[in-house]
Write a protein that binds this ligand. Structure first.
Ligand code: UDX
Ligand code: UDX
Length: 486
């Protein structure tokens, strides 16, 4: 079948490449000529694991092409997917549908009878009705259907999410179009992927409800992490303990600096805006947004507390900039909040990210970019892990201990091996790990164990292992200078 995808971004490009891999003939269209020229010359404008290979293979097999010319691309097309951006409207909280409506109008001009116009972008309930009205007004006699087919692609695993979906949701109220959608997704159905057929509005709600629920789950575990710190419990153990309950599930119970990305923040806000326009209050969604915003606003203070609330003049190395690992996407990344706060407190910031530094330059000022993680931490007064890139957990911390100025690490993703890092002599601050009040730690452990620094500047921690210091350990060390155990 012939598929036209309008909008070759993170979602449109992956969806187009995957549809072509399923055997369909796909044209990915985009108004950004530079992007299309790059794709036609063999380049890929975004980082998504496996995407370059998938695109290359399907271009070679003449199933995938790229164009800026929607009119020509629509000739003989069975489907026209709308996968353009739906960002939060400037100064508001609802989704900006300008591009969606513009593309719908453009599709209408060249659409042929039997075209199924599919909205893949995340759009508020009722947008399918608006798309249908736009096309109907422009082409009263056209035989077409407007369908909702939301995406559930996580950046960094988008191809696998498409090819092995938990489910495909098709929101369609027109039987002949439903049959065409079944043919489109037949290869996935044949591989036992659940294809769920719903009304169009239900499909639009499913997308927002799914993202809002996942965002709530993350805000929940982030608050439980704060609670764990206060009561000296380990949030990783709590997440494991509740996650074994099939009704809860372990996924998306990893605490961190707050969620980012191009979806959770804007989709939660858009759902709230749609609900408010129907005078329905979604207090749980509202609270999760507020909790996440507060977390990201306060994350700089949390980081500075590991340095005695004084980072002025200090060089802080930030490992990880993107909103999550395995992407180059910086949209709403928590690192932006962290760096802005540290710079405001007078810190110098050096940063490294395996994929995100090019995009990061559009968002950040006065940041020194390093060539790799070791280069980033050299001479630093402290290290912050802001994104859960696997390579950071695999670093040689003995080597790092020898090149940093102060052995302090704030792991905002809890990805580092505690024993390995503390054995290398680091003071490690994690999310949701036991933190004891100053007096409690002095009473309970008469001698706070801290790394002994020998003549060569090597760090070695006491034989008995070391306890994770309180989050304001530097203040503690100043007040109770501790000699090593030796
Ligand atoms: C977008 C939406 O933001 C998201 O809500 C939805 O779930 C999936 O589609 P994304 O793919 O990340 O997500 O958007 P983006 O990376 O911004 O790509 C959109 C593309 O559409 C861009 O390449 C842009 O050039 C293109 N576009 C935009 C058009 O081709 N025509 C337009 O009129 C507007
Ligand atoms: C999300 C949805 O997962 C996907 O289904 C939808 O189609 C698009 O939006 P994405 O935003 O790409 O995907 O990434 P995701 O893995 O969901 O992470 C979103 C944010 O939540 C990231 O900032 C991530 O760091 C954070 N997160 C995720 C946590 O803090 N803890 C977790 O346990 C999981």
């Amino acid at each position: 079948m012939k598929v036209v995808i309008v909008g070759s971004g993170y979602v449109g490009l992956v969806s187009g490449a995957c549809f072509s891999a399923l055997g369909h003939s796909v044209v990915c269209v985009d108004s950004n000529e530079q992007k299309i020229n790059l794709l036609n010359s063999g380049g890929v404008p975004i980082f998504e694991p496996g995407l370059d290979e998938l695109i290359k293979t399907n271009i070679e097999q003449n199933r995938l092409a790229f164009s800026t010319d929607l009119k020509t691309s629509l000739r003989g097309a069975d489907f026209a997917f709308i996968a353009v951006g739906t960002p939060t409207r400037q100064g508001g909280s609802e989704a900006d549908l300008t591009s969606v409506y513009a593309v719908a109008s453009e599709i209408a001009l060249s659409a042929e009878d039997g075209l199924v116009i599919v909205t893949k972008s995340t759009v508020p309930v009722g947008t399918g009705d608006a798309v249908e009205a736009i096309v109907r007004t422009s082409r009263p006699d056209l035989v077409f259907a407007a369908v909702s087919n939301p995406e559930f692609l996580k950046e960094g695993s988008a191809i696998d999410d498409f090819m092995n979906p938990d489910r495909v949701v098709v929101g369609c109220d027109v039987p002949w179009a439903t049959e065409k959608m079944k043919m489109l997704y037949e290869p996935l159905r044949a591989a036992d992927a659940p294809i769920i057929h719903t009304g169009r509005s239900a499909a639009e709600v499913i997308k927002y409800a799914a993202n809002a629920f996942l965002a709530i789950k993350i805000s929940f575990i982030n608050e439980i992490a704060d609670f764990c710190e206060a009561v000296s419990a380990d949030v990783s153990e709590v997440a494991n303990g509740i996650g074994h309950d099939k009704r809860i599930g372990r996924a998306f119970l990893n605490p961190g600096p707050g969620y980012g990305g191009s979806c959770f923040p804007k989709d939660s806000l858009a759902l709230l805006a749609t609900a408010q326009s129907h005078t329905v209050s979604l207090r749980v969604v509202e609270s999760s947004i507020a909790a996440n915003d507060a977390r990201k606003r306060g994350i700089g203070r949390r980081v500075s507390s590991a340095f005695g609330h004084s980072v002025r003049g200090k060089t802080i190395a930030i490992l990880g900039l993107t909103f999550k690992a395995n992407t180059d996407d910086m949209r709403e990344a928590p690192s932006l909040n962290i760096i802005a706060a540290l710079q405001k407190m007078g810190a110098r910031v050096r940063a490294y990210d395996p994929e995100g530094m090019e995009q990061a330059r559009h968002y950040l000022q006065n940041v020194e970019y390093a060539s790799d993680a070791y280069n980033c931490v050299e001479g630093a007064d402290g290290i912050v892990i802001a994104t859960e890139w696997k390579e950071f957990a695999a670093l040689d911390f003995m080597r790092i201990a020898a090149i940093v100025s102060h052995p302090v690490i704030v792991d905002l993703r809890n990805i580092l091996d505690v024993h390995k890092v503390e054995t290398a002599g680091f003071e490690l601050h994690r999310i949701g790990s036991p933190r004891r009040s100053e007096t409690a730690s002095i009473q309970a452990a008469p001698r706070l164990l801290r790394p002994k620094v020998n003549g060569q500047g090597e760090h070695s921690s006491a034989a008995h292992g070391s306890i994770r210091p309180v989050s304001n350990s530097l203040a503690l060390q100043n007040r109770y200078p501790i000699k090593g155990l030796a």
